[in-house]
Design a protein around this ligand. Structure first.
Ligand SMILES: *[C@@H]1O[C@H](CO)[C@@H](O)[C@H](O)[C@H]1NC(C)=O
Ligand SMILES: *[C@@H]1O[C@H](CO)[C@@H](O)[C@H](O)[C@H]1NC(C)=O
Length: 450
C-alpha cells in the first residue's frame, strides 16, 4: 500500500510539472439591426466524456445566450455528443452548468447532431446547407440566403492545423477553408463570424486564404499555444472543469455588455486580458479573416439583450482554477485516484486507468521523438519537429502529406489521442522538410514494431 502512496505523490508532482511545463512552451458601429438578414448559428462541442464536461457546457451556454437574443431554434444548429447531462458522475442529473453555482444551460438545447452523428461530415453538410451530405441527426442545416449572418462557435481540443470531433475524422484547417470558400462561392451569407476555442487554434487559420470571404475569426490562442480550461474542480465537480477560458470570457462578456453597442472588436479587446491571464495560465487571442467586420455590433450575430450590470462582477479570478486543456484528463484521473477510499477496488481501478493514460502519453512522446531522430538524426530530430513557421505562413504546404503522416503514425504506433495532437506540428515539419511517405512509413515501423 505504501508503494501506491508514493506513486500517488509522484504522479501529483508529475502533474504539476506537466502543467507548469506547458505554460513555458510559449509565452504567449454600425448597427445592422434593421437589416433584413436572418441570423444563423452553428454550435459545435467536439469532445465526449466526463473530463471534457466543459466543451458541451460552453456550447449549451452559447445556445441559451443566442436563444434569449432572439435567434430561433430553426436557425441554431447544435452539435454535441450529449453524454454529460445524464452521465453517472453528474452530481445534478439532467443539469449542465458553465460556472460554479451557475444556472442550468442544458434545458431546451436542440439535439441536432448527437452521438456518432456529431461528426465532421455532418458539420460540413450543415454549414453548406447540403442535406444530401448528412447522415443521421435532425437534418437541420444552414439554409441561408445572401443577406444572412452566420455565427459559428466551436469548442474542443485541437492540435496544429486540426480540431477534433467526438469520432474520427478530425477537421483539418485546409478542409475547413475549402468548405468556407465553397459557402462563400454559393453566395449564401452576408457576413460570417467564427469563434474557435482549442489548443493551437490560431493554426486553423494562419496562412490560409480567408481574406475576401467576409469571414471574421477570433481564436482562443496563437498557432503554437495551448488554450486553457477554467472553473476547474469546484465543489461537487472535483474531477472536471466547467468551462474554457476564452469561451466563458466571451459568453459572460456578451451577457454583461449591451450587444447593440458592444462591437466584436470591443469584445476582443475587453476579454483579451482575462484570456491571457497575466501570461501565466492563459493564451493570446488572435483575429483572422476580414478584420473590418469586427466593427459590427455583437447583436448582428448574437441577437440583443438586456445587459446585466449587476453583481456578476469580475469575481472570477478569485474562484478559478486554470488547467491546460491537454492536462484535464490527468486532473480527472488523479482526483479519481485521490478520492477513492484506501485499499478499495475503486482505488486500484483508478490507479490502473491513470497508469494506462500516462504510459500511453509516454509511448506517444517517445515514438514521435524516435521517428524524428531516425529521419533527421539524433542531434537535429527534436529541433526540426519543433520548428514554428512565422506568422502568416500555413502550418504545412502539402496538407495531404500531413494527413497521411498522421495515418501512417497511427497505423504503426496506435491512436495519436487528443494529447498526441500536440505533435501534429512535428508531422507537418517532416512534410515541409521533404520527407516522403515511404521514409515515414519505414521510420514509424522501425519505431513501433519492436
Ligand atoms: C452535397 O453532398 C453530396 C454528397 O456528399 C455531394 O455529392 C454534392 O455534390 C453536394 N452538393 C453540393 C451542392 O455541394
Ligand atoms: C502578474 O504576474 C506578475 C509576474 O509573474 C506578478 O508579479 C503579478 O502579481 C501578477 N499580477 C496579477 C494581477 O496576478
Amino acid at each position: 500500500m505504501f508503494a501506491k502512496i508514493n506513486v500517488a505523490s509522484f504522479l501529483i508532482t508529475l502533474f504539476v510539472v506537466l502543467v507548469e511545463g506547458s505554460n513555458m512552451i510559449e509565452s504567449i458601429f454600425e448597427d445592422h439591426e434593421n437589416s433584413i438578414g436572418t441570423k444563423w448559428a452553428v454550435l459545435v462541442a467536439g469532445s465526449s466524456e466526463w473530463y471534457n464536461y466543459r466543451h458541451q457546457a460552453d456550447i449549451c451556454h452559447a445556445y441559451q445566450l443566442l436563444k434569449k437574443g432572439g435567434l430561433k431554434d430553426e436557425n441554431i444548429v447544435v452539435f454535441m455528443y450529449d453524454d454529460i447531462a445524464y452521465h453517472s458522475e453528474n452530481p445534478k442529473p439532467g443539469v449542465i452548468i458553465n460556472k460554479p453555482h451557475g444556472p442550468d444551460v442544458y434545458n431546451g438545447v436542440p439535439k441536432d447532431y448527437t452521438g456518432k452523428h456529431c461528426n465532421a461530415q455532418n458539420f460540413y453538410g450543415v454549414v453548406l446547407g447540403n442535406k444530401s451530405a448528412l447522415t443521421g441527426g435532425s437534418g437541420k442545416v444552414v439554409n441561408s440566403g445572401p443577406n444572412d449572418y452566420i455565427f459559428i462557435y466551436y469548442a474542443d481540443h485541437g492540435g496544429s492545423g486540426v480540431i477534433d470531433m467526438p469520432i474520427e475524422p478530425s477537421i483539418y484547417a485546409k478542409d475547413l477553408n475549402e468548405v468556407l470558400k465553397k459557402k462563400h462561392a454559393s453566395r449564401t451569407y452576408e457576413k460570417m463570424v467564427f469563434y474557435l476555442e482549442a489548443c493551437e487554434s490560431g493554426s486553423m487559420f494562419e496562412g490560409l486564404p480567408y481574406k475576401g470571404l467576409n469571414i471574421y475569426v477570433t481564436t482562443a490562442s496563437k498557432a503554437d499555444e495551448d488554450s486553457f480550461a477554467t472553473y476547474c474542480s469546484p465543489k461537487g465537480y472535483e474531477t472536471t472543469c466547467l468551462g474554457d477560458l476564452f469561451s466563458v470570457s466571451w459568453l459572460e462578456n456578451s451577457e454583461l455588455q449591451d450587444r447593440q453597442v458592444e462591437t466584436l472588436k470591443k469584445q476582443y479587446q475587453r476579454i483579451r486580458k482575462r484570456v491571457l491571464n497575466n501570461g501565466t495560465e492563459g493564451s493570446h487571442m488572435m483575429e483572422y479573416g476580414d478584420l473590418h467586420i469586427h466593427e459590427d455590433a455583437l447583436s448582428i450575430y448574437m441577437g440583443s439583450n438586456f445587459p446585466t450590470h449587476t453583481s456578476t462582477k469580475n469575481n472570477y479570478a478569485s474562484n478559478s482554477r486554470y488547467v491546460n486543456q491537454r492536462d484535464v484528463q490527468l486532473l480527472y484521473l488523479i482526483s479519481k485516484f485521490q478520492n477513492a477510499p484506501e485499499g478499495s477496488r475503486r482505488k486500484s481501478e483508478a490507479y490502473r486507468k491513470l497508469s494506462k493514460v500516462i504510459l500511453k502519453r509516454e509511448h506517444v512522446d517517445k515514438s514521435v521523438k524516435h521517428i524524428g531522430q531516425i529521419l533527421f538524426g539524433v542531434e537535429n530530430g527534436q529541433k526540426v519537429l519543433n520548428i514554428v513557421r512565422p506568422a502568416g505562413q500555413p502550418l504545412v504546404d502539402d496538407w495531404d502529406c500531413l494527413k497521411s503522416f498522421v495515418k501512417i503514425f497511427e497505423s504503426h504506433c496506435g491512436s495519436l489521442t487528443s494529447y498526441g495532437k500536440k505533435y501534429v506540428r512535428g508531422f507537418a515539419n517532416m512534410c515541409n522538410a521533404g520527407i516522403q511517405r515511404d521514409q515515414m512509413d519505414a521510420a514509424a515501423k522501425q519505431t513501433c514494431s519492436s
